[in-house]
Design a protein around this ligand. Structure first.
Ligand SMILES: [Zn+2]
Length: 430
C-alpha cells in the first residue's frame, strides 16, 4: 500500500552545541517513496534513542529503526556521525540477541543499509566497527561523494570490514554536483537524489530528493552552511516543495527577550565565522530558489523549543523568541510563514493542488490534521495549533490518515523513466 504524501520527520533539531533538554542533535528522516522506507539525513548522538522517544501515536504510525534504508551524511563534524555505529548495529538485548535487526535481509551480500557521505565517512565507519570489535549478521555499504581533491578509500577485500560490501566512489561532475547519486521507486515513479556542495567551515553537502516524474515534488535538505548558493542549479526548475535550511543563530531584540544582549552585528559575525546562517539568510536562499515551504533547522542552544511543563512566563518568552526567528526568515522569504523545527515535528509534502496526476487527491482537499490529534505535550504554540494543523505541520504521525480511503486506488508507473540511465555527463563512477 503506497502513501502519496511525502513526509519529513525531525528527530533532532539542535545545532552542533549538543543535545539540550528540548532538542536532540541533528537527524531527520524522510518518507519520500510512500512504501514505509525512510531515508535519513545525518545521524548525530542520541538519534537511536529518538526512535524510542516518539510521542505516543494512537494509530501506531510511529517510525521504527528498521525502516531506515539509506543514510545521507552532510559533513564529518563530530556531532553528525558518532552514533552511526549504534544505528547500524544496536547492541542486541535479551532473547533477541541472536536475531538480526533486519531478519528479512540478513542473509547474503545484499547490504541492509546504504550510507552516502563525503570523503572520510568510509574510513570513519570502518574504524569504529573494527575498534569496537563489532561483528553482526547485517551488511552495509558506504558510497563516498568525492571532490576532485579527495582521495579514494580502498574497498579491496583486505581493507573492508567483515560486514561491509564494496561501495562506489562517486566523483562530482565538472559543474561540481553529484547528480543521480541514488534513487528509489516512489508513488508515481523514480525519486532521485542529487547532491551539491555548500559553504561551511569544512566540506559540507546538501541533498535534493526529487520526483523524476509528475508531480515533480522536490525536497532540499541542507547541512550546516553560511552560503548554499553553489547548489542553486539543483534547487530550481522546478522550485522545491520544501526547503530545510539551518538557522543556527539569530539576533533577538530585547523587546522579545529582555535577557538578549547581543547586537545584530555581533551575532552575524559569529555565525559567519562558524559557517552558519541567521534566519534571514535562510529566508534569502528560500526566496532565490522559490521554495514553497521553509523549515528552519539546526537551532542554537540559546533558543530552546518551548515546553508546556515550563512556567507561563518562560514559556511565552521562548515561544516569542521562536516566533521572532520564524518572522525574520519569513520576511525575507516573502512566500509564507517559515517554521522553526522542533523534535518530532513532521512536515507533509502532499501532491500540489495544481498537479494531481491520475486523479489523485491534492494538497487542498486531503491534508487535515485534526486539532485533537496533536500531542498535548509537544512544544506547540497554542494559538497557532489550528493554523499549523491546517497547513500540514504536525507532531505526530498522521501519514496514513489523509489517504486512508484512497489507498485502494491503483496507479500504474507506465511513464517510469530511469534518470540514472541518462546520467549527466560529468558524473563518473569508478
Ligand atoms: Zn558543522
Amino acid at each position: 500500500m503506497l502513501a502519496t504524501t511525502m513526509t519529513v520527520t525531525f528527530l533532532g533539531t539542535s545545532s552542533g552545541g549538543g543535545p539540550s533538554t528540548s532538542r536532540n542533535c541533528s537527524s531527520l528522516v524522510a518518507d519520500v517513496l510512500g512504501d514505509g522506507s525512510l531515508w535519513m539525513v545525518d545521524c548525530a548522538e542520541g538519534t537511536l534513542r529518538q526512535f524510542h522517544s516518539q510521542p505516543y501515536s494512537p494509530d501506531r504510525s510511529n517510525l521504527r529503526l528498521p525502516q531506515v534504508k539509506k543514510i545521507f551524511i552532510t559533513h564529518m563534524h563530530g556531532r553528525i556521525v558518532p552514533i552511526l555505529r549504534n544505528l547500524l548495529f544496536p547492541v542486541p538485548v535479551g532473547q533477541d540477541a541472536a536475531k538480526s535487526l533486519f531478519p528479512y535481509q540478513s542473509s547474503g551480500q545484499h547490504p541492509t543499509i546504504e550510507i552516502y557521505g563525503p570523503a572520510g565517512i568510509r574510513t570513519f565507519i570502518r574504524s569504529i566497527l573494527k575498534m569496537t570489535l563489532s561483528r553482526m549478521s547485517d551488511k552495509y555499504v558506504v558510497h563516498e561523494l568525492l571532490l576532485p581533491t579527495d582521495s579514494e578509500t580502498s574497498c579491496e577485500p583486505e581493507a573492508i570490514h567483515t560486514n561491509e560490501v564494496a561501495g562506489e566512489n562517486i566523483l562530482c561532475s565538472a559543474e561540481g554536483f553529484w547528480r543521480g547519486v541514488t534513487q528509489g521507486k516512489g508513488s508515481f515513479g523514480p525519486v532521485v537524489v542529487d547532491a551539491g556542495p555548500i559553504t561551511h567551515r569544512d566540506p559540507c553537502i546538501g541533498y535534493v530528493f526529487r520526483e523524476a516524474v509528475e508531480p515533480f515534488r522536490k525536497i532540499v535538505i541542507l547541512g550546516d552552511t553560511c552560503d548554499p548558493s553553489a547548489m542553486t542549479p539543483l534547487c530550481i526548475d522546478p522550485s522545491p516543495s520544501l526547503l530545510i535550511h539551518e538557522a543556527a543563530d539569530a539576533y533577538i531584540p530585547q523587546e522579545i527577550d529582555p535577557k538578549a544582549k547581543r547586537s545584530f552585528d555581533v551575532v552575524k559575525e559569529k555565525a559567519l565565522a562558524r559557517g552558519h546562517s541567521l534566519p534571514e539568510m535562510a529566508g534569502g536562499f528560500a526566496k532565490t530558489i522559490g521554495a514553497q515551504k521553509l523549515v528552519l533547522n539546526h537551532i542554537g542552544g540559546r533558543f530552546p523549543a518551548p515546553n508546556p511543563s515550563e512556567g507561563y512566563r518562560l514559556k511565552s518568552i521562548r515561544s516569542n523568541v521562536i516566533a521572532e526567528i520564524e518572522r525574520q526568515a519569513s520576511e525575507v522569504w516573502g512566500m509564507g510563514m517559515a517554521r522553526a523545527a522542533w523534535d518530532f515535528m513532521r512536515v507533509a509534502v502532499p501532491i500540489p493542488a495544481s498537479s494531481s496526476p491520475k486523479g489523485y487527491p491534492t494538497a487542498h482537499n486531503t491534508w487535515e490534521t485534526k486539532k485533537s490529534e496533536l500531542i498535548p505535550d509537544s512544544p506547540s504554540y497554542a494559538s497557532r495549533t489550528q493554523h499549523r494543523g491546517r497547513e500540514g505541520w504536525s507532531t505526530r504521525a498522521s501519514r496514513n490518515d489523509s489517504f486512508r480511503h484512497n489507498q485502494s486506488q491503483q496507479h500504474g508507473d507506465s511513464n517510469n523513466v530511469d534518470p540514472l540511465q541518462n546520467r549527466n555527463h560529468g558524473t563518473q563512477r569508478r
